[in-house]
Design a protein around this ligand. Structure first.
Ligand code: NAP
Length: 244
């Protein structure tokens, strides 16, 4: 159980992030739900967590790519909740395109949100974790970062970078009892993948378990890693065997 702990979940308004928020709240954690633009969805989810699980849940607008804004966010969450114990770096975007035609801005934006966003959050939570001599970080990477994916050079680079970041942070903070792990989801049913049809593009055939995953299945893995004191630097695939 996570009673008494506070979790900060980025990209918590929709999809995998919303499932993570609900899962952690169901285990008793108070939750700071960070969103970019979906204020209503984030606030509705916070109200649901309060009603269903009797935990404190509050929504915060923040672009995780903005170093200074993330500093203010973490300070505000600390003020509102008293501490941060679990950080889930889930916020992410895609701007897919073939490499030969990919715009510089598309590469930069995906790296800024998906990779630097995680750095920003870890960087600004690190002081709290070090003072507490405790903390758990879970980064949401992707099988694209493990395998590479045609049409996703920017996203694959960001998600692979996130795995390197995870391992470096794990080694650096382990002496203080702080863990840092990653999950690598495969093809999960959310807004991010709504334009892809598994059957049409042969994706389903490439997934040994023969189906796309649900956000709740990723949330289970995140909750596990968030409360596993002797696991650090691990990358847990949640992909139906896709990247095996
Ligand atoms: P999604 O449904 O598109 O939701 C994305 C979330 O990230 C939203 O809550 C969004 O907030 C937030 N976000 C986007 N840009 C942000 C920014 N600059 N600052 C703060 N928050 C921001 O995506 P998803 O499918 O749940 O994906 C969640 C994570 O899992 C991502 O890191 C993604 O790369 C990863 N992943 C997904 C899959 C998949 O198949 N779906 C597979 C592997 C990995 P708003 O609602 O306010 O826009």
């Amino acid at each position: 159980m996570l009673t008494g702990k506070t979790a900060l979940v980025t990209g918590g308004s929709r999809g995998i992030g919303a499932a993570i928020v609900e899962k952690l709240a169901s285990q008793g954690a108070s939750v700071a739900v960070v969103y970019a633009g979906s204020r209503e969805a984030a606030e509705a989810l916070c109200a649901k967590c309060g009603a269903d699980f009797s935990v404190k849940a509050q929504a915060y607008q923040c672009d995780v790519a903005d170093f200074a804004a993330v500093k203010d966010l973490v300070a505000q969450v600390k003020k509102d909740f008293g501490s941060v114990d679990i950080l889930v770096n889930n916020a992410g975007v895609t701007q897919d395109g073939l490499l030969a035609m990919m715009k510089e801005e598309s590469f930069d934006r995906v790296l800024d949100v998906d990779l630097k966003g995680a750095f920003n959050c870890i960087r600004h939570c690190a002081g709290l974790f070090l003072r507490q001599k405790a903390g758990a970080i879970v980064n949401v990477s992707s099988v694209s970062g493990l395998m590479g994916n045609a049409g996703q050079a920017n996203y694959s680079a960001a998600k692979a970078g996130l795995i390197g970041l995870t391992k470096a942070v794990a080694k650096e903070l382990a002496p203080k009892g702080i863990t840092c792990n990653a999950v690598a989801p495969g093809f999960i049913q959310t807004d991010m993948t709504k334009d892809l049809s598994g059957q049409d593009n042969g994706l389903l055939a490439a997934i040994p378990l023969g189906r796309i995953g649900q956000p709740q299945e990723v949330a289970e893995a995140v909750a596990f890693l968030a409360s596993a004191p002797y696991i650090t630097g691990e990358v847990l695939r949640v992909d139906g065997g896709l990247a095996m």
